[in-house]
Design a binder for this molecule. Structure first.
Ligand SMILES: [Zn+2]
Length: 499
């Protein structure tokens, strides 16, 4: 496995190696939506990026646990609940549902765990108590609890891991109570905000008095509860680097004394029509706005995935029209391939085109170089179109090409429906999440079915070989043989035959 990612902690591209000693399990946390409005296209860039990271990890053979929280208590939410004269749950529930619908429309895989901040109040309080016990947090005169930057640094901890801060300009003891602030005003920040009349009936009891959590502590509490005190990956938009992520590190490492996250990944900003998105400029779009203009979630996803995640991306309506054309090229090619399939062709064992898969894999594993990936895809499509026009294109070649597309699409997530003739089936979906170094067999009905158990052993053997664990691979080959099947390696992948 040779995945490389840019880690904001080291400011460099690093080889990815998970904390799991077996090198298999990966914990990944992405800061989720603050559910006070519909998510805009800038937010969506981050969530599509997170989906790409997850799919790439799975493509590389990792077993990912993807966590995305729902921020359902925070300054902006309280303000809107008050303005709308509604209840917290009713208000946030509406936007949470809309968010999850949009996430689906963009073909993003649903995160495995979606914790809501309001359901983790006990964990948040326990974390604050830990920080108070260690002398890093204190209750101020107004009853709110603050994180002391000075005390934290005094313990030998590092504040300013994700960006450089000028501490000479800071005055010790200054405090900031709002959830969002600039790095120029870096100061002790609120962990627990004491109840004020504007909060209405939104408050919880706590050992520090009635109140509610600050935004930053929510993510520390939820991520550590679900993924453990140290985990592999934390993602978000670069606007969250400071103060949100820096404060998450401080709260977590301050409480546990352990490194919080091994790799921090940040997606760059999005411009719309060359300018910062704003409602007054008329360049502010939610996914729903774009759908109303006749664009699909798939087109939006494609356009967002054409740029490298660390580059500022200029999102335009012209670009979306271009996305429509590009996707039509892929779809047409897939439809043509299906026409070449012969339902009654003899038994075939099909593997994707390993050369294409390997070129694609090398590009995506190089810090998610998507432009190179699209280059591989469109060059391959051009070659396929040329071959198909030359009449000697076979059903077998068409099946290989379809299997290849399905493998690439595990990462791209465009999810075109490829309708094959009724008698040809394949089991590629069974192989999701497994190293696609190949080996799924297209099967013709009436032929000997490859039992699931044998398929599983075969895929384990591919993974063992990829991990250069040849001894284990040989053991698996013997196991397969003992169950009446023989495995054959070929440059195109593996074949399974009944003994
Ligand atoms: Zn967060």
């Amino acid at each position: 496995m040779d995945l490389k990612l840019f880690n904001t902690l080291s400011r460099s591209v690093q080889e990815f190696a998970p904390l799991d000693p077996a090198g298999k399990k990966v914990g990944m946390y992405c800061c989720g939506p603050t559910v006070y409005d519909f998510a805009h296209i800038g937010n969506w860039r981050t969530f599509v990026f997170a989906d790409l990271v997850r799919r790439t990890l799975e493509f590389s053979g990792y077993d990912v646990r993807h966590v995305m929280n729902i921020t359902d208590i925070e300054d902006k939410i309280i303000k809107r609940v008050r303005e709308n004269k509604t209840t917290l749950r009713e208000f946030t529930g509406k936007f949470e549902t809309a968010f999850l619908d949009d996430l689906k429309a963009l073909n993003c895989k649903e995160p495995h765990v979606q914790p809501r901040a309001t359901e983790y109040i006990a964990e948040i309080i326990a974390l604050i108590e830990k920080l108070i016990a260690r002398g890093i947090a204190y209750q101020a005169g107004d009853g709110s609890v603050y994180f002391s930057i000075e005390k934290y640094r005094g313990c030998g901890c590092n504040y300013g891991q994700l960006l450089k801060l000028n501490f000479d300009e800071m005055r010790a003891g200054e405090r900031v109570s709002s959830d969002e602030y600039e790095k120029e005003s870096v100061a002790d920040f609120a962990l627990w905000k004491t109840r004020v009349p504007d909060d209405g009936d939104i408050f919880w009891p706590s050992p520090f008095g009635e109140g509610r959590p600050g935004w930053h502590i929510e993510c520390s509490a939820m991520s550590m509860k679900v993924l453990g005190e140290s985990f592999d990956l934390h993602l978000g938009g670069e606007d969250l680097k400071f103060p949100h992520h820096e404060d998450e590190i401080a709260q977590s490492e301050g409480a546990t004394g352990k490194p919080f996250v091994k790799y921090w990944l940040h997606g760059a900003h999005l411009l719309v029509e060359g300018k910062k998105m704003s409602k007054s400029l008329g360049n502010f779009f939610t996914l729903r706005d774009l759908q109303a203009k006749g664009f699909t979630g798939r087109e939006v996803r494609y356009l967002l995935l054409t740029a490298h995640y660390r580059e500022t991306f200029n999102f335009t309506l012209d670009g979306l029209a271009g996305a429509k054309t590009a996707l039509a090229r892929i779809k047409e090619c897939l439809e043509k391939l299906v026409e070449f399939l012969e339902p009654n062709s003899p038994r075939i064992t099909v593997d994707p085109d390993i050369e294409i898969i390997n070129r694609f894999k090398a590009a995506i594993e190089d810090d998610l170089n998507v432009s190179k990936c699209w280059g591989v895809v469109f060059e391959w499509i051009r070659d396929l179109n040329r071959s198909m026009s030359q009449k000697n294109f076979s059903s077998n070649q068409a099946i290989i090409a379809i299997a290849t597309w399905k493998t690439l699409d595990l990462v791209l997530g465009l999810d075109f429906e490829v309708k094959a003739p009724a008698r040809v089936r394949d089991n590629t979906t069974e192989m999701r999440g497994v190293v696609p170094a190949t080996g799924f067999a297209a099967k013709i009905e009436g032929e000997e079915e490859i039992p699931k158990e044998i398929q599983k052993l075969a895929m384990d053997r591919i993974q063992a070989k990829n991990a250069k664990n040849f001894q284990y691979a040989d053991i698996l080959r013997e196991q397969i043989r003992s169950k009446g099947w023989v495995i054959e390696d070929s440059p195109k992948g593996i074949k399974l035959k009944k003994l």
